[in-house]
Write a protein that binds this ligand. Structure first.
Ligand code: HEC
Ligand code: HEC
Ligand code: HEC
Ligand code: HEC
Ligand code: HEC
Ligand code: HEC
Length: 443
């Protein structure tokens, strides 16, 4: 019997290596990316890791504060510098150090603040880097960061255990072949051979299996709601419809075309008749425009003078797609919640192609948007906003202020203590009204 040529075993090895690679790869998800996102969204306008700007450089700020005996105060400072300065002399001296005022962010948790500082402290100082390194003035050297997170180490360890098991299997196989050859009955299949080996070492096999199983479960759970598989999704469309020309240059209101967005779950895509309201007259100046607009005429059955009745459907590909088990409602967000389209879809008045799922890093650059860290359209993204967004502001008209005033009044009358708890962080969030309940979003 030629075990060394055994196909099945070779495949088994490949599988193991494949799984191992996936595990290590997933392990490289790290808190650092979140720290970077938060820093860029909330601090980078005034701070850099290694250069003073509006605010001082933040490299090893925690160490500085700890040395000054204000180890915990630094978190308070980031949340609310006035209150830190009022209660701590070191904070007061920092506040007096520049004529500028910091913008505090009470929503950041201690963990998030640590993530920010962890990221900042991992940035190499451009001054100590080789000469001629271009410094663009932005946060230094972000591209060169290769910090492992603690999370990554766990996976490394699991990976090592895994490799050991693979090697053990290989070693034992060799042993079986040479030393305990008498165990191998002539003609026994590989499966039988493996089974008897696995039984003999059942403790290790069992343990190894358990480790792998738990590892895969944890990976699965961690990666659910964090992998941005749909970010930057931009399917091709039957007509190269540019949003910027329509909503930017020509200032057409979103609701002119997406006319159900304030009343229903869905925003709707306009029918060709809506296009024809204008394009009967506008047939394009350049050849490229005419070619695209001709497709509208073909769909509407318009021959330039009259409708021929020969229509053709335009099939737009859906860009933003949630799985069937998720319930999302536009009017609830746009009207009741007062969330602007650009918070979730980006600035469509500048979109010079067809629509695309904007990555959260792009959305964070837009003024007025709540900065989020989870990839767009994942569950993490939805619930992160529900945890941050307060329901008392951000409304688009007074009608809704009334609605929220009413909610606040009712909360106050119902249970004053609970209302006080909600207001601990200075606001009542969507989460506190049930926006994290599974059944709100899942059928
Ligand atoms: C609007 C500008 C602005 C923003 C945004 C801002 N800061 Fe500041 N920050 C300052 C200024 C100005 C100071 C200097 C203190 C002073 O003069 O009040 C400062 C001081 C600090 C200090 C003390 C530095 C030292 O040398 O001891 C820390 C720490 C800090 N900021 C952290 C942050 C973090 C973290 C964020 C993001 C969550 C942030 N800041 C966002 C302007 C800003
Ligand atoms: C003249 C009509 C028109 C106007 C005005 C318009 N849109 Fe659109 N929109 C379309 C068409 C047609 C599509 C489908 C083509 C595509 O995906 O680019 C679309 C697609 C979209 C999509 C992607 C839909 C999907 O499948 O997920 C979003 C998001 C969107 N529009 C947002 C907006 C916003 C926000 C505004 C206002 C700033 C706006 N639109 C204004 C016609 C319009
Ligand atoms: C809170 C985030 C959020 C806001 C705010 C928002 N959308 Fe959407 N939009 C989504 C999501 C999520 C989907 C995908 C829905 C689905 O697949 O069921 C979507 C889908 C769409 C679509 C595709 C058609 C549909 O209904 O599935 C259009 C068009 C659209 N949005 C336009 C708009 C416009 C215009 C506004 C502002 C008036 C807006 N959206 C505000 C999250 C948002
Ligand atoms: C409210 C009026 C209006 C509506 C409705 C409208 N358009 Fe337009 N569209 C315009 C204008 C104005 C231009 C710019 C023409 C120019 O630059 O000469 C334009 C240009 C275009 C162009 C060429 C853009 C370029 O520069 O490549 C396309 C393609 C187009 N529209 C598709 C559509 C489609 C598809 C619809 C329906 C979903 C639609 N339009 C609805 C007003 C409209
Ligand atoms: C940018 C912030 C933001 C994002 C992102 C967001 N939401 Fe919301 N959501 C809100 C706000 C604000 C409300 C509160 C509206 C209200 O007061 O009823 C809300 C309310 C809801 C509700 C009703 C909750 C209740 O208590 O009745 C559901 C369901 C919901 N959102 C689903 C989703 C889903 C699904 C997604 C992701 C695809 C999502 N939301 C993403 C801001 C957001
Ligand atoms: C604010 C809305 C919201 C809430 C609350 C919510 N989910 Fe989700 N959930 C989503 C969205 C959106 C997706 C789809 C994510 C994707 O496609 O990447 C999802 C996906 C899932 C999935 C499938 C993962 C996948 O990749 O399709 C599971 C399982 C799940 N949620 C469980 C839960 C449980 C359990 C709770 C309650 C603790 C919960 N969800 C609360 C919005 C929500």
């Amino acid at each position: 019997m030629k075990i060394s040529n055994n196909q099945m075993f070779r495949n088994f090895n490949k599988w193991c290596l494949g799984i191992l690679t996936v595990m290590l790869f997933t392990g490289s998800f790290n808190a650092n990316a979140q720290g970077e996102g938060l820093f860029k969204a909330k601090c980078a306008s005034c701070h850099q890791p290694h250069k003073d700007g509006t605010g001082p450089k933040l490299f090893q700020a925690r160490t500085k504060w700890a040395d000054a005996g204000a180890k915990e105060e630094i978190y308070k400072w980031v949340n609310n510098w006035e209150s830190a300065a009022a209660t701590n002399p070191y904070a007061a001296s920092v506040a007096a150090s520049t004529p500028n005022k910091m913008t505090s962010d009470p929503t950041l948790s201690k963990e998030q603040i640590d993530q920010i500082f962890d990221w900042v402290d991992a940035q190499p100082d451009p001054a100590t880097m080789t000469e001629g390194t271009p410094t663009d003035g932005g946060p230094a050297g972000s591209a060169t960061t290769t910090e492992e997170s603690s999370n990554g180490w766990v996976w490394m360890l699991l990976g090592i255990i895994f490799v050991t098991i693979i090697m053990a299997v290989g070693g034992v196989r060799r042993q079986l072949k040479s030393v305990t050859g008498e165990n191998l009955r002539e003609g026994s299949t590989y499966t039988e051979e493996f089974r008897s080996w696995a039984w003999k070492y059942r403790k290790y096999v069992g343990f190894g299996g358990l480790v792998i199983f738990i590892g895969l479960c944890v990976t699965g759970i961690l990666s659910l709601g964090t992998i941005g598989v749909v970010e930057e999704y931009q399917p091709s469309q039957p007509i190269a419809f540019p949003h910027d020309v329509h909503t930017g240059t020509n200032k057409i209101d979103c609701k002119y075309c997406h006319n159900t967005v304030t009343e229903s779950r869905t925003a709707s895509i306009p029918s060709v008749n809506v296009c024809m309201n204008c394009h009967k007259q506008i047939n394009g100046r350049t050849a490229a425009q005419q070619e695209q607009i001709a497709k509208i005429y073909e769909a509407a059955g318009w021959d330039g003078k009259q409708y021929t009745g020969k229509t053709k459907e335009i099939i737009w590909n859906k860009v933003h797609v949630l799985p069937d088990h998720v319930y999302f409602n536009h009017s609830q967000h746009v009207v009741v919640g007062g969330v602007d389209c650009k918070q979730c879809h980006g600035d469509m008045t500048k979109m010079n192609g067809t629509a695309m799922v904007q990555p959260v890093s792009e959305l964070n650059k837009i003024e007025g948007n709540i900065a989020l860290t989870r990839p767009t359209l994942t569950m993490g993204w939805c619930i992160e906003c529900h945890g941050e967004k307060e329901i008392s502001t951000g409304t688009i008209d007074t009608k809704n202020d009334g609605y929220y005033n009413e909610i606040h009044k009712r909360l106050l009358n119902n249970d004053k203590a609970l209302y006080g708890k909600y207001l601990d962080d200075g606001k009542v969030t969507v989460k506190e009204l049930g926006g994290w309940e599974c059944a709100k979003c899942h059928y």
